[in-house]
Design a protein around this ligand. Structure first.
Ligand code: ZN
Ligand code: ZN
Length: 226
C-alpha cells in the first residue's frame, strides 16, 4: 500500500501547479466570507437581544449542517462520488492521524475547499438573502442569518486549517482550537473516520448524536468509509 509520504508526493505532482500558493488559496477563500459578513453587519440596524441570541443558535445549526455533510456525502461514496473523492480519498489520504500536519502552505490544496465554492455561496446564496429575506422578516434577523452563514463558512476553513497544525503550535493553546485539533486528528485515523468525530468547528453534534470517539477500548467499526 502507498505510504502517506508517497501519496502526498504523487498528489502534489498531479494536482497542483508550480505556481500554487496555499496562502493565496486561503486568502481567496476567506475574503468573500469576510466581505459578506461585513455587508450583513453594515445592513443590520443594531444588535437586539434577539439578534444576539440568534447568532449562536445559527452557528449551532450550521454545526449540524456541516456535521451531516461530513458524515454522509463526504464519507459515503454512494451518496456523492465527487464529495467522497475530494474528502475521503484526497483529504484523508493526504492527512492521517499519524501524518496530520501540513508540511508547508502548498499542502493547503488538500485541506481548503475550492475557492469557487465560497464565491458561489457568497454571490448566489448569501448576498441575495441579505436583500430578499427582509421582505419576510425583520431586517436585523435577515442580516443575522446572512452574517452567521458567512461566519460559519469562515470558521469551517480556519478551524480545519488549525486542526492540521503541528501539536504545540501557539494557536492551539486556545482551548477550543487545541480540543478541536485532537478531536479532528482522531477522526483522521483511517479506522475511525467513517464513524466518529465529524464536527470541525464544534464537537456538539457528535456529543448529541453519539459519534464522539471516546477511545479506551470501545469497539472500533472497521467500516471502510466507502
Ligand atoms: Zn482534516
Ligand atoms: Zn472526514
Amino acid at each position: 500500500m502507498e505510504t502517506t509520504a508517497a501519496y502526498r508526493a504523487r498528489s502534489r505532482r498531479e494536482m497542483i501547479s508550480e505556481s500554487y500558493s496555499g496562502r493565496r488559496h486561503a486568502i481567496l477563500n476567506f475574503l468573500p466570507m469576510i466581505v459578506v459578513a461585513g455587508i450583513a453587519l453594515y445592513r443590520m440596524d443594531g444588535f437586539t437581544p434577539v439578534v444576539l441570541l440568534m447568532i449562536p443558535l445559527l452557528l449551532f445549526l450550521g454545526n449540524l449542517v456541516i456535521y451531516l455533510v461530513h458524515r454522509f456525502p463526504y464519507h459515503r461514496e454512494e451518496l456523492s462520488k465527487e464529495a467522497h473523492a475530494a474528502h475521503t480519498i484526497l483529504h484523508h489520504g493526504y492527512y492521517t492521524d499519524e501524518h496530520a500536519t501540513f508540511d508547508s502552505h502548498r499542502d493547503f490544496f488538500a485541506i481548503l475547499l475550492p475557492s469557487w465554492v465560497h464565491y458561489l455561496v457568497a454571490i448566489a446564496v448569501l448576498l441575495p438573502l441579505s436583500w430578499l429575506l427582509p421582505a419576510v422578516m425583520p431586517n436585523a434577523y435577515a442580516q443575522a442569518i446572512v452574517f452567521s452563514g458567512a461566519l460559519y463558512l469562515f470558521l469551517y476553513e480556519a478551524v480545519h486549517l488549525s486542526a492540521h497544525l503541528p501539536k504545540g503550535h501557539p494557536l492551539l493553546r486556545l482551548p477550543w482550537l487545541g480540543y478541536m485539533r485532537d478531536f479532528h486528528v482522531t477522526h483522521h485515523d483511517p479506522k475511525l473516520m467513517a464513524e466518529y468525530n465529524f464536527g470541525i468547528v464544534f464537537p456538539f453534534w457528535d456529543w448529541i448524536l453519539g459519534t464522539h470517539y471516546r477511545g479506551n477500548g470501545e469497539p472500533v467499526s472497521l467500516a471502510s468509509g466507502g
